[in-house]
Ligand binder design. Structure first.
Ligand code: NAP
Length: 247
């Protein structure tokens, strides 16, 4: 158990990749704050954690783009656990919209939920984090290559990579490591909303390892970056995509 006794906040943890990360961190011995706008989903994940692992888990409803919600999430975490060792900025949205039809509101929503949130959550958590703490941002391969109908999303995730490097520099004197993971296509409720079977087949044919990834594939990488084993890695963007972007 690489994370015994640690305290982790995972945002967007009610389902999908966030749920996979929350379960993996618990398996590794960390107490977990399961946070999302979907409180029922959070409760289900908490139940799974407490049934399976000998750690504590609590749910906190938080819209990561809302400063008051974020402050409340950090306050409640400190009241319950007295510290924050790991922050996983996972919450994110990817609604498809052609560039020429993209309204200002579409742009603002995606940038707020995917990028401003990382600034808000990381700043709040980093104020109280101690040496050895870790911040892990869930980016996307859309931060590295362009995708149709996702201009706002691509911009938000590229921004996240830049923010990861800048935070890594500024937080290095406090010995807080900041890294990002860039997943390829991962099987989640969110992805099911934008993929049909035909698109899925096409995508699998483009992935050298010939499968869509699972939340566990991302969770394993998060567990490594959250552990002391990665203490000399900071400001890095780790691609986890079955080889999709190496061609
Ligand atoms: P998902 O299945 O849609 O799950 C995301 C969770 O975040 C949902 O519970 C969602 O609630 C919640 N959420 C949405 N807006 C929020 C907000 N403002 N504050 C807090 N929580 C919020 O998504 P996913 O596929 O697991 O994606 C998770 C992360 O991985 C995202 O950052 C995404 O960009 C990134 N990613 C995913 C893939 C992929 O292929 N799945 C690939 C690359 C990167 P509701 O369901 O109620 O909206």
């Amino acid at each position: 158990m690489r994370l015994k006794g640690k305290v982790a906040i995972v945002t967007g943890a009610a389902k999908g990749i966030g749920e996979g990360i929350a379960l993996k961190l618990a398996e590794e011995g960390s107490n977990v704050v399961v946070s999302d706008i979907d409180l029922n989903g959070c409760k289900n994940v908490c139940d799974k954690i407490e049934k399976k692992y000998k750690v504590k888990a609590i749910t906190i409803k938080c819209d990561v783009s809302n400063k008051c919600d974020v402050e409340n999430m950090v306050d409640r975490t400190l009241k319950k656990f007295r510290k924050i060792d790991i922050l996983v900025n996972n919450a994110g949205i990817y609604p498809l919209k052609p560039f020429l039809e993209m309204a200002e509101d579409d742009w603002d929503k995606v940038l707020d939920v995917n990028l401003k949130s990382v600034f808000l959550c990381s700043r709040e958590a980093a104020k109280v984090m101690k040496a050895g703490a870790k911040i892990i941002n869930i980016s996307s391969i859309a931060s590295l290559i362009g995708y149709q109908n996702l201009a706002h999303y691509c911009a938000s995730k590229s921004g996240m990579n830049g923010l990861t490097r800048a935070m890594a520099l500024e937080l290095a004197p406090k010995k807080i490591n900041v890294n990002a993971i860039a997943p390829g296509a991962i099987e989640t409720p969110g992805l099911k909303k934008v993929f049909n079977k035909e698109v899925e087949k096409q995508i699998i044919s483009m992935i050298p390892l010939k499968r869509i990834g699972l939340p566990e594939d991302i969770a394993s990488a998060v567990a490594f970056l959250a552990s002391d084993e990665s203490s000399y890695i900071t400001g890095h963007v780790l691609v986890v995509d079955g080889g999709w972007t190496i061609q």
